[in-house]
Structure formats: structure tokens, C-alpha cells
Design a protein around this ligand. Structure first.
Ligand code: ATP
Ligand code: MG
Length: 352
């Protein structure tokens, strides 16, 4: 297969981890006989420095001409005092909006050899293998009116039937690629939007008789993520609940450095990025863990290109390197020698 990939390294450790991920993509191309056309674009702080715009038109054009986008991370102290239009994070919000990336997918899977870093007991965290599907372009973050006065503040929670339908469908589709279980999370005992959400789920599930669906309230979901996280397969939820639950779930694996994510449009186009941020204090020193960026490439192969074998090959290689006891500084036990970003990437390449 031949695919175009736009790479937006961004700021901080973004360039280091995307460099590692691109190397993996090149190895996959050789081993499986694909051709990936890779082109680079600016986003975030470096784009502000160069183009006075966190998401320059050139970058949008580049992404429009691509089949998928790989992003590193944006932001850093250098731009913290910029006026709001010139904040690096604006680039990220703008690209999600521009490409209508409404479905945010965050897998959380326990890696047995990393469980020492989890805050949960090993036997609780061990079997965790879930995927959180978060609605990304609606809800409280975008509802109007939104304003404040001296005495009060207003945010508005709005969902249209159509917005709920497409995210619920996406969740059912990805559940088919997994264990076929969907937990739909809402607050239907209180919120009108959640009552509509439940209605839509009930309607949509008729087309997916093979999927097991459970409705759960967000508060009890928050508890169960700690007490019995292994019970979850796919969780689908609205924007803010998803924001909170995915951060809660992310700590289970013990490191931000191993968590990938995807933000998808309905036609398969997607943006793939590590869950972690730009970690400016360790940037440029070979300390960054590239696993999240590398696993983001695996998600790209899986969700945008339909290359399941290739995606699994990457996941297995990463797991093997961990099992063999090779870690970057964020995960190495005290006294153990940590590998640099480049050394660790080379281990994954050997494995592939
Ligand atoms: P953002 O606001 O961009 O989400 P954040 O403040 O949440 O950023 P991150 O940059 O995601 O913070 O990371 C928090 C800390 O975790 C970093 O400062 C760094 O020490 C560590 N960290 C994050 N990602 C990695 C990684 N890939 N490798 C090693 N350490 C990491
Ligand atoms: Mg953060």
C-alpha cells in the first residue's frame, strides 16, 4: 500500500519522539512492502516562532493532502505569556476542529513488566485492556452561551442527536475489533443530554446485535476504574466525562510515556499523538520515552490504513523490549541503567 503521512513534530520532546516513530514507520514499510510518503509541517510554539500562527495554512494544506497525521506535542514555557491567539495549544484545538476529529480513542493496556510503576495493586492492574472513546468536538467545551459576569458564570451543555450517533457508532465499530463490550457512560439520572445519549445508544445497538452494551453512570464508572478496571473493554462517553475518565485511566499503566491516542473523522482520516505533553524540562536530552509515539503509529496503521498485522507487530515489539527489561529513564528502576530515546528505539527496531 502507498500512504501519505504528515508529521508535525511540535515542541519540547515532540521532535525526539516523532523521529523515533518515523523510524519505526520506515521499518514497517521495508518489512511489509509499503510506501509511506512522509512530509513535515509546523504546529504549536515553533509554528508561532516561524509563521506567527500556531496552525499555519501550509500545515493545514499538508494535512489535507495526507492520509493521516502524526503529531508530537505542543507547548512550553517560552510561549506561556503569549496572547491567547498565539498559544501553542490553539494549534491543537484548531486542527481538531478543522478536520472534524470528533472521536478521540485512548487505549489503556497494562504492560506486565511495567506494573511496578502502577499506583494500583498488581493483581488489579494486570488484566487491564480498555479503550476509551471520547466525543471531542461537542458538549460543554463548545456550548453557547458561555460567558461570565462578576456574580455568575455560564457554560452550556448541548448535544445533537447526530453528534451522539456518530460517536456511538464509532464505539460499536471499534468494539467489533476488540472484545465486543461497550460501556456507555453518562449521567442520565440528572442530565437531559445524557437521557438523549441513552436513547441514541438504545437505538443504535439494534444494528450491532453482536455487541454487549451496558449503561453506566459516570460517578460509579470513576470508582470502578480503580476497583475493577479489567472489567472494561470499550468505554464511550461525552467530551468532559471522557476528558476526566481518560486521565484517571491513564495512570493505571504507570507511565504517561507509553500511552498513544487517535483522533478520528468518520472517513478514517485521523490524527495520532502520544497522550503526554511536550515535557520541556527533559527535551533535547535523549531522556524521552518514545513508546507512546511509536504506539501512536501502530494505531495509525490499524485505524486509518487497516494494517492490523503491521500494527500488532509494533505492539509486540514494544512489549518484548519492555519484557526484556529495557527502559528509558522514566521507567527504569533505581540503580538500573536507563536507555536513551535513540537506544530504546533501536531495540524496538531490532525486534521488528
Ligand atoms: P501538557 O500540558 O502539554 O499536557 P503536562 O503538563 O500534562 O503537559 P506532560 O508534558 O504530559 O505534562 O508530562 C508531565 C511530566 O511527565 C513531564 O514533565 C515529564 O517529566 C513526564 N513525561 C511525560 N511524557 C514523557 C515521556 N514521553 N518520556 C518521559 N517522561 C515523560
Ligand atoms: Mg496534560
Amino acid at each position: 500500500m502507498e500512504k501519505r503521512v504528515a508529521v508535525l513534530p511540535g515542541d519540547g520532546i515532540g521532535p525526539e519522539v516523532t523521529e523515533a516513530a518515523v523510524k519505526i514507520l520506515e521499518v514497517i514499510a521495508r518489512r511489509f512492502n509499503h510506501k509511506f510518503h512522509i512530509e513535515y509541517g509546523a504546529i504549536g510554539g515553533n509554528a508561532i516562532d516561524k509563521h506567527n500562527n500556531p496552525l499555519p495554512d501550509e500545515t493545514i494544506a499538508l494535512c489535507e493532502n495526507s492520509d493521516a497525521v502524526l503529531l508530537g506535542a505542543v507547548g512550553g514555557p517560552k510561549w506561556d505569556n503569549n496572547p491567547s491567539a498565539l498559544r501553542p495549544e490553539k494549534g491543537l484545538l484548531a486542527i481538531r476542529k478543522h478536520f472534524d476529529l470528533f472521536a478521540n480513542l485512548r487505549p489503556v493496556k497494562a504492560v506486565p513488566s511495567l506494573l511496578h510503576a502502577s499506583p494500583l495493586k498488581e493483581e488489579v492492574a494486570m488484566e487491564v485492556d480498555m479503550l476509551i472513546v471520547r466525543e471531542l468536538t461537542g458538549g460543554l467545551y463548545f456550548g453557547e452561551p458561555s460567558h461570565r459576569t462578576e456574580k455568575s458564570a455560564v457554560d452550556t451543555l448541548v448535544y445533537t442527536r447526530e453528534e451522539i450517533e456518530r460517536i456511538v457508532e464509532k464505539a460499536f465499530e471499534v468494539a467489533r475489533l476488540r472484545r465486543g463490550k461497550v460501556a456507555s457512560v453518562d449521567k442520565a439520572n440528572v442530565l437531559e443530554t445524557s437521557k438523549l445519549w441513552r436513547e441514541v445508544v438504545e437505538e443504535k445497538k439494534k444494528a450491532y446485535p453482536d455487541i454487549e452494551v451496558e449503561h453506566m453512570l459516570v460517578d460509579s464508572t470513576a470508582m470502578k476504574l480503580i476497583t475493577n478496571p479489567a472489567a472494561f473493554d470499550v468505554i464511550v462517553t461525552e467530551n468532559m466525562f471522557g476528558d476526566i475518565l481518560s486521565d484517571e485511566a491513564s495512570v493505571i499503566t504507570g507511565s504517561l510515556g507509553v500511552l498513544p491516542s487517535a483522533s478520528l473523522r468518520s472517513d478514517g482520516f485521523g490524527l495520532y499523538e502520544p497522550v503526554h505533553g511536550s515535557a520541556p524540562e527533559i527535551a533535547g536530552r535523549g531522556l524521552a520515552n518514545p513508546a507512546a509515539a511509536i504506539l501512536s503509529v501502530a494505531m495509525m496503521l490499524n485505524y486509518s490504513f487497516g494494517m492490523k498485522t503491521e500494527a500488532s507487530a509494533i505492539e509486540e515489539a514494544v512489549n518484548t523490549v519492555f519484557e526484556d527489561g529495557f527502559f528509558t529513564a522514566d521507567l527504569a528502576a533505581s540503580g538500573q541503567r536507563a536507555l536513551s530515546t535513540q537506544e530504546w528505539t533501536a531495540k524496538v527496531i531490532d525486534e521488528l
